[in-house]
Design a protein around this ligand. Structure first.
Ligand code: NAD
Length: 294
């Protein structure tokens, strides 16, 4: 079944996601603040609207892929005029609290609402192989699943509103900390005269095994596809990891959960992303650990 879909936020992720919806036969009307993003989307068959409200005017599904909670809430306030019962689907990574406020805003205007943040990055968006983590009631999940399947390979129903965002920040808490753990192990190994490949061969088949090691290895060599082999070109930008760990640390503070490692990791990525790590993959955090050691 195909739908009339509004897509607001046609950036690095939203652009290819909208293109995949067009490929699946949906009628997609897009809006972005940046003219270049609109031109790229038009090249993939996305109809272009002059405002977000115009894009959503006739839509059955209203998708957003925006930088932060502030952008999502502003856009939702503008879109309350959408058709009654439209299904609002926010795929951005935002705070759990903001996701719940956004869902309430949409519902109180007579719409349905789902949070569906993603994992898989730009390559996953381009290849329609994203993982979606969905916060929704059962009826809305059943409605959104076929739409998300056009853009991803796995769609997980995590619970009610906000549960998708909760899963996203908890997953990235694991990832952010484990990348630092893997990096510290390589830096310690270097000073002990242990070769990168030797440590990789042991840890990748022993209890140190994790995605940060075997898919996104922070040293060049053992995993040829990892960003370390191309001067840490992102990949998953350090700034996005800093954002996600910041959301995790804020959520932990709000719920009085002691997350000492996540808080420290958030500081490390945030400092790195604000300085020499700007634009680099998050695995480049290993370079700052080496500098501290030198
Ligand atoms: P991006 O900056 O490339 O795209 C965001 C787009 O939103 C931009 O084109 C911007 O012009 C547009 N925008 C901002 N405010 C707007 C408004 N009011 N109306 C219309 N358009 C507006 O960012 P991205 O990399 O595509 O990320 C989008 C979201 O996905 C973020 O929440 C990010 O955390 C999340 N995410 C990104 C990745 C990744 O690898 N890039 C992976 C997983 C999740």
């Amino acid at each position: 079944m195909t739908h009339r879909i509004a897509f607001v936020g046609l950036g690095n992720m939203g652009g290819p996601m909208a293109a995949n919806l067009v490929r699946a036969g949906h009628t997609v009307t897009g809006y972005d603040l940046v003219p270049e993003a609109l031109d790229r989307a038009a090249g993939h068959g996305v109809r272009i609207a002059a405002t977000a409200a115009e894009a959503a005017a006739d839509a059955e599904v209203v998708l957003t892929m925006l930088p932060s909670g502030r952008h999502v809430l502003e856009t939702y306030r503008e879109l309350v005029t959408a058709k009654r019962d439209a299904l609002f689907v926010d795929c951005s990574t935002i705070a759990v609290g903001d996701a719940r406020v956004a869902a309430d805003l949409a519902r109180s205007a007579g719409h349905r609402a789902v949070d569906a943040p993603v994992s898989g990055g730009v390559p996953g968006a381009e290849a329609a192989s994203l993982t979606f983590m969905v916060g929704a009631d059962d009826t809305d999940f059943a409605a959104v699943e076929p739409v998300l399947t056009a853009m991803g390979r796995k769609v997980v129903h995590c619970g009610a509103s906000g549960a998708g965002q909760a899963a996203k920040i908890c997953n990235n808490l694991i990832l952010g900390i484990s990348m630092i753990a893997v990096s510290e192990a390589f830096v310690l190994g270097e000073s002990l005269g242990l070769g990168h490949q030797a440590l990789y061969d042991v840890a990748s088949t022993a209890s140190g095994q994790c995605w940060a090691l075997t898919s996104n290895c922070p040293v060049p060599g053992p995993v040829p596809a990892s960003p370390a082999n191309r001067d840490y070109a992102a990949g998953f930008a350090a700034a996005l990891m800093a954002k996600d760990l910041g959301l995790a640390a804020d959520a932990a503070t709000a719920h009085a959960v002691p997350v000492e490692l996540a808080s420290r990791a958030a500081e490390l990525y945030s400092d790195f992303a604000a300085g020499e790590g700007a634009g680099l993959d998050f695995s480049a955090i290993i370079t700052t650990l080496r500098e501290k050691h030198a």
